[in-house]
Design a protein around this ligand. Structure first.
Ligand code: HEC
Length: 182
């Protein structure tokens, strides 16, 4: 009995300590510093497992035919700002995001199209990755974006440029055109 009482007392002390630490403002929310390695490891595990478990939607038919339209949507939705694109640098400010946005051509080979679809649709909480469903993008467009991202390691700069400038109004590149408001 005494042992159980000790465990109970320790749990209460730990709960009070955590409350003081977080609600007392001692925990730093600064984005400038990296998390300790074990925290970072745990967050990456949680993200990967969560995406694996949730990404169940199947692609609506052939994704190959959507790559070009996906490239245009990628540009107009603003993805290059944070992730860059073939021949397009990411905006400098995105280097200050924590976690930092990955170069998508490096991660595309490890991701299934349905996982890319899920991430783009839903976003990733507590990171800079927005939910594009929340930003008004329909599923059909998000599937095209997923098709393009999956293809990214092979997309040449010239192709990306021609796909994204063809759709833009004269004198303006598509990468600079803000997405239409939903
Ligand atoms: C404001 C910056 C920002 C914008 C805009 C943005 N992203 Fe992200 N994105 C991020 C960040 C930050 C992460 C990393 C999240 C993490 O580490 O958990 C991320 C992660 C991702 C991932 C997951 C990579 C992985 O390894 O699991 C994909 C896929 C992705 N973004 C695609 C896109 C696409 C496509 C768009 C445009 C429709 C887009 N992002 C727009 C910031 C952004």
């Amino acid at each position: 009995m005494r042992f159980l009482a000790l465990i109970g007392a320790l749990a209460i002390v730990a709960a009070i300590g955590a409350a003081v630490y977080f609600f007392g403002g001692f925990y730093s929310v600064a984005a400038q510093y990296d998390d300790p390695a074990p925290v970072n490891w745990a967050l990456v595990q949680a993200r990967t497992r969560s995406i694996d478990r949730h990404a169940k939607d199947q692609p609506p038919g052939d994704l190959q035919s959507r790559v070009e339209a996906g490239g245009r949507a990628f540009a107009t939705r603003g993805c290059p700002t944070c992730h860059g694109a073939p021949g397009v640098e990411w905006a400098k400010f995105s280097e200050g995001l924590n976690p930092s946005p990955p170069d998508l051509k490096d991660v595309a080979k490890d991701l299934e199209p349905q996982q890319i679809f899920w991430v783009v649709k839903n976003g990733i909480r507590m990171t800079g990755m927005p939910s594009f469903a929340g930003a008004g993008a329909p599923d059909d467009e998000i599937w095209s974006i997923a098709a393009f991202v999956k293809k990214l390691p092979e997309v040449k700069e010239e192709d990306y440029k021609s796909w994204t400038t063809a759709a833009a109004p004269a004198g303006q590149s598509a990468a600079e055109t803000p997405a239409p408001k939903p």
